[in-house]
Design a protein around this ligand. Structure first.
Ligand SMILES: Nc1ncnc2c1ncn2[C@@H]1O[C@H](COP(=O)(O)OP(=O)(O)O)[C@@H](O)[C@H]1O
Ligand SMILES: [Mg+2]
Length: 189
């Protein structure tokens, strides 16, 4: 690639993640990205190695619901290697959010790997809104699992979905011993 891949084309950013479930932190990144790029594809990773609370279909439906007012935002899911998915969508920008230095370490590793796989794909980071720097899907799940109030953390549709999930007798989420990442960095989900 010659680094001019985007010439004469509109910009498409893919925002990949677990979104289990989508929070106001994710939504803040999506809204800001919708202003910066012509097209934003929020792509739910169908990752069999993580045990999610919500199915891919549920996560996708919630994302569609909370981004309904954003005409240039689409929601999709993928289980392929991200760079292959990017090519299939003719997208050249990976969008990720950063909350803290612990996020940075893992994100650098991820961005470097993706660059190695396809140097025409650029990873762009957006810094969290400080209001949401502590906010993760894991924290939301932990609070909701104990019946706590998450209305400041997630949109109403997500709050309702959490309530329904835990009413079904979903196991209480334990955050005390999070699984270690390969990099060894401790991150909230
Ligand atoms: N509160 C937040 N503020 C900014 N970015 C966030 C926030 N929560 C998550 N993100 C970012 O959103 C992206 C998706 O996060 P997540 O749903 O946890 O999926 P993943 O399993 O890929 O980490 C990541 O880049 C993450 O850093
Ligand atoms: Mg995460």
């Amino acid at each position: 690639m010659n680094g001019k891949r985007n010439q004469g084309r509109s910009s498409t950013a893919v925002y990949p993640g677990s979104f289990d479930p989508v929070t106001f932190g994710h939504l803040d990144i999506i809204r800001r990205a919708a202003k910066q790029f012509d097209r934003v594809i929020v792509a739910v990773l169908n990752n069999i190695s993580k045990k999610p609370l919500f199915t891919v279909e549920e996560r996708t439906a919630l994302l569609r619901e909370v981004t309904r007012d954003l005409p240039n935002v689409e929601v999709d899911s993928f289980r392929d290697l991200l760079v292959n998915y990017m090519r299939s969508k003719n997208a050249e920008i990976i969008l990720r959010g950063i909350r803290s230095v612990t996020d940075f370490e893992y994100e650098l590793q991820l961005a470097s790997t993706n660059r190695q796989l396809d140097e025409g794909i650029e990873t762009i980071f957006m810094m969290t809104n400080p209001k949401y720097s502590y906010l993760s899907s894991s924290i939301v799940k932990e609070i909701a699992s104990f019946g706590g109030n998450v209305s400041d953390l997630v949109p109403p549709a997500v709050e309702a979905a959490l309530r329904a999930k835990y009413a079904q007798g979903e196991d209480v989420v334990k955050l005390t011993a999070p699984p270690r990442r390969k990099s060894g960095a401790k991150r909230a989900d």
